[in-house]
Design a protein around this ligand. Structure first.
Ligand SMILES: N[C@@H](CCC(=O)N[C@@H](CS)C(=O)NCC(=O)O)C(=O)O
Length: 184
C-alpha cells in the first residue's frame, strides 16, 4: 500500500491521518503538477493531485476518502460509523465549505505563492479570507469551549479535517491566537 503525498495542505492531512492510525503504507513523495510527471501521474489520479492512496493496484484520491479507508483498515472508529457519524460529517462539511475555504487563500498566497513568484499577493483575496475566517471560526471555538474533541469524547477525522490549515497558522497569518479553544 502506498500513500503519494507532497508537503501541501491536503496531502499533509492524509499523511497525518496515516501516521496517527499507524497505517502500513509506504510514503511516496510526489510532484504531480510538475510537467515532467503530470501525464504519468494522471494514471493514479486524473486530477494530477495528491494525496493518492494505492492498494492492490487500485487508487483512491481525496483526503476524506483516504481517511475513511485507512480508518477501516486500522479497524478504528477514527472515522465514525455509528450514531456519531452524522455529527462527524457535519463538522467535516462545515470545515470544507466554510472554515477551510476561508483559510485557503491565506495559506495559498502566504505559504505557496511566495515559492513561485516575488509578485505581491492579491490583497483583496487575503482580506476576504481573513474576514471569512473570523466570521466562521467562532462556531468551532464555541463548540470546543465545553469539550475536548469535535465529536464525542475521542478524536475523530473531523478534528483533523477542521485543522487542515492550522499547522500553517503563523506563516499564513491565520489569527489562531484569537481562538484559544481551536488553538488548544
Ligand atoms: N480535494 C482534494 C484536494 C487535493 C489537492 O488540491 N492537492 C494539492 C495540494 S493541497 C496538490 O496536489 N497540489 C500539487 C502538489 O502538492 O504537488 C483533497 O482533499 O484531497
Amino acid at each position: 500500500m502506498k500513500l503519494y503525498y507532497s508537503k501541501n495542505s491536503n496531502p499533509r492531512l492524509a499523511v497525518a491521518v496515516a501516521r496517527y492510525l499507524k497505517s502500513p503504507v509506504e510514503f511516496v513523495a510526489a510532484n504531480p503538477q510538475n510537467p515532467a510527471h503530470k501525464e504519468a501521474f494522471k494514471a493514479l489520479n486524473p486530477n494530477a493531485l495528491v494525496p493518492v492512496f494505492e492498494e492492490s493496484g487500485k487508487t483512491l484520491w481525496e483526503a476524506d476518502a483516504i481517511a475513511c479507508r485507512l480508518s477501516a483498515i486500522a479497524k478504528s472508529d477514527f472515522w465514525r460509523v455509528g450514531d456519531q457519524q452524522p455529527d462527524m460529517i457535519r463538522w467535516i462539511s462545515r470545515a470544507t465549505h466554510h472554515l477551510n475555504r476561508a483559510a485557503d487563500p491565506l495559506y495559498f498566497f502566504r505559504v505557496v505563492w511566495p515559492m513561485f513568484t516575488k509578485d505581491a499577493p492579491p490583497q483583496e483575496k487575503l482580506d476576504d479570507g481573513l474576514k471569512d475566517f473570523v466570521r466562521h471560526a467562532p462556531v468551532l471555538e464555541q463548540h470546543l469551549a465545553k469539550r475536548t474533541w469535535l465529536v464525542g469524547d475521542r478524536v475523530s477525522y473531523a478534528d483533523f479535517r477542521a485543522a487542515t490549515f492550522l499547522p500553517y497558522a503563523q506563516e499564513a497569518q491565520i489569527p489562531l491566537a484569537d481562538f484559544p479553544n481551536m488553538q488548544r
